[in-house]
Write a protein that binds this ligand. Structure first.
Ligand code: SPV
Ligand code: MN
Length: 628
């Protein structure tokens, strides 16, 4: 078999490329490549071992074939996705399950046999007349217990280029791990291209995740979340693998929070899309390790985390010079950045919704030639950029990158934060009573209100456990149980917190300024080291006024008023009881086999609310609780 595959590869690939493949002693890899070179049938194959001249070849190919165009600033390029290919395609993304196997209704699945047949028919000869790129990366730091070697086959130089920015080079890891490597494999084809060099056959868009072979297939799409195999596609494979091996894959940022006397404490944080994840990872005064995906492992009684990536595929909407100084600076410096689906002006500068300055009257965007007031086929006015327009950048272009961002054993996690868009229930920051209480009442109970950026009505609460629902490849109940068990008996479990940046008063006005979150992280950092006290409420532990007053002064040079504190940290019992009811209902009706502990912990919380209501009424300011 091995010989057969080797021969096939030798026939189809240049001597140089073939030799690069043969340096890796892994028959599984050779078989995989031989199969898809044969099936997709490209005119040429380029093997990228990650050397600078090879990456340069891919950059230039993207310009040559029009998938990217150069912008005015050196190193900046623009890429467009089809107008109807601007986000993750949930409907056509599925976990492949053999007959008789079922996941929850919240997880999109496809019958494995039918789907494999379908995708292999689609992939047949799909790369005729095109070049195939074969690229090697490593998820997590190389040469560490976190490392997962991942191979990407694609006919999109934009996808290959994006991955070179976003992921650590992995060719050497493949060579070192040899036959022992347990690879993740990705096959992608953008299919036929039309105007603006974007996908033509969206009706044949497919993203199929095959857990049995650790392989993901993606076709007739270009948007990064559907095509960049190492991002959300690898995440599904990793959740499945980790669930068997005792480690976690989370949709989490990692950041260093800088405490007193030069101390740095690491936090991870899960936030659903568009509820402040990247802005938290980039918080002024702190340092970033990662903004999207983390692997968590236990070692010597502690939890350690690594950033799976080395770059950011960031949302550009709303990035401005005042709120996002580090991003602003990097986006305006020469260096390698791929912008996607932003507005390009005739002089080749870029603009986006929420950028400083006026919207240029015309240019080119994801709809083609654009002018203010342009409408699409459905009669909707087209904004200057899609709300999900993005940029891909290496984290090393940021001046706030944490010193230990690439450390092999990962950073020690002091705290885990869960937060969503919530206008009326959760307080701005709160610590859970213990690990299991935090996982259940904060992580597993996470909800987020929909925004204008997603289709459908605004302000609807969506259930978003650990902000990871879209990426689960195992049943929700099992995922919750694994999370509960993960650090429960550790000697030094991370503290679990919730945050809410979106709390409003009765008139619909936000109760906090955007910058207030800087104080919440300083408080959490002190809690991890037991350097400040807290007030127990039915939902957890909240800050004392005096500590926040001092921190507001130190961090923001602001006077923090007691009346603001009382409004922000008021315990809102009716809203909290309603939330418990909603969450219980979801776990009873939509999730199969929910662990008992979830209902027990929610029940206990309910009991605390009812007792508290007896004594103090529906809305309780923290000072009342202190009096007890
Ligand atoms: C998200 O939507 O959570 C992202 C972007 O990070 S995507 O790559 O589309 O998943
Ligand atoms: Mn994400």
């Amino acid at each position: 078999m091995a010989d057969y595959n080797t021969k096939k590869l030798e026939q189809r690939i240049s001597e140089e490329g073939f030799n690069k493949l043969m340096k890796i002693n892994n028959p599984n890899l050779h078989q995989f490549i031989a199969k898809y070179v044969g099936l997709c049938n490209p005119d040429q194959v380029f093997v990228c071992a990650g050397k600078p001249d090879e990456i340069q070849y891919i950059r230039e190919a993207a310009i040559r074939n029009g998938e990217e165009r150069r912008l005015a600033t050196e190193g900046h390029t623009i890429h467009f996705d089809n107008y109807y290919d601007q986000g993750r395609d949930k409907k056509n993304t599925g976990i492949l399950v053999p007959k008789g196997v079922e996941l929850d209704e919240a997880i999109e699945t496809k019958d494995r046999d039918t789907a494999l047949k379908d995708i292999h028919e689609i992939l047949k000869d799909i790369m005729k007349g095109k070049e195939m790129y074969i690229c090697f990366f490593c998820l997590g730091p190389t040469n560490s217990e976190f490392s997962i070697p991942a191979v990407q086959i694609t006919d999109s130089s934009y996808v290959a280029h994006s991955e070179a920015i976003l992921y650590r080079p992995g060719y050497e890891e493949f060579v070192v791990q040899g036959p022992k490597a347990r690879l993740f494999k990705f096959v992608h084809s953008q299919g036929e291209l039309g105007e603006q060099r974007t996908c033509k056959n969206l009706d044949k868009r497919r993203i199929f995740i095959d857990l049995e072979e650790d392989t993901v297939y993606s076709a007739n799409t270009q948007y990064g979340g559907n095509t960049i195999g190492l991002k959300k596609l690898a995440m599904r494979l990793a959740i499945n693998r980790g669930s068997r091996e005792g480690w976690l894959t989370e949709h989490m940022l990692i950041m260093g929070v800088h405490g007193p006397k030069g101390r740095v404490t690491y936090f991870t944080g899960a936030f659903p899309s568009l509820s402040g994840k990247t802005s938290t990872a980039m918080l002024e005064g702190e340092t970033i390790v990662g903004d999207d995906i983390a692997y968590l492992r236990k070692r010597n009684g502690k939890v350690r985390a690594v950033n799976v990536e080395k770059g950011m595929f960031g949302i550009i909407q709303g990035v401005n010079s005042k709120d996002d100084p580090s991003q602003w600076k990097a986006l305006h410096s020469p260096g390698e950045i791929i912008f996607s689906n932003v507005l390009v002006t005739p002089d080749k500068h870029v603009h986006w919704i929420g950028k400083d300055g006026e919207v240029p009257p015309k240019g080119e965007n994801h709809s083609g030639g654009w002018y203010i007031g342009k409408r699409d086929k459905e009669g909707q006015e087209i904004p200057c950029t899609h709300p999900n327009a993005r940029f891909a950048i290496d984290l090393r272009m940021f001046d706030n990158l944490d010193h230990w961002w690439n450390v092999l054993e990962g950073v020690v996690v002091g705290g885990i934060v869960y937060g969503g868009r919530d206008s009326d229930t959760w307080v701005p920051v709160e610590e859970s009573f213990d690990w299991a209480h935090g996982i259940i009442t904060k992580g597993a109970s996470l909800e987020s209100e929909t925004t204008a950026a997603t289709l459908g009505r605004e302000g609807i609460r969506e259930f978003s456990p650990m902000s990871n629902l879209d990426f689960l490849s195992i049943p929700v109940a099992k995922y919750i149980q694994i999370n509960v068990d993960f650090a429960r008996d550790l000697k030094y479990p991370p503290l679990i917190f919730s945050v809410n940046y979106f709390l409003k008063d009765k008139d619909g006005k936000f109760l906090n300024e955007k910058t207030d979150k800087r104080v919440w992280y300083k408080w959490m950092e002190l809690r991890v080291h037991k350097e400040v006290g807290a007030i127990d409420t039915p939902t957890g532990r909240i800050p004392k006024y005096k500590d926040l007053k001092r921190l507001f002064k130190e961090v923001l040079r602001k006077d923090y008023r007691k009346e603001d504190y009382n409004k922000q940290f008021m315990v809102r019992i009716p809203e909290n009881l309603a939330k418990i009811k909603r969450i219980e209902n979801i776990y009873k009706t939509k999730v199969k086999g929910t662990p008992k502990i979830l209902f027990e912990i929610l029940e206990a919380q309910k009991k605390r609310f009812l007792e508290c209501r007896e004594k103090y009424g529906d809305y309780i300011t923290p000072d009342k609780l202190l009096e007890k």
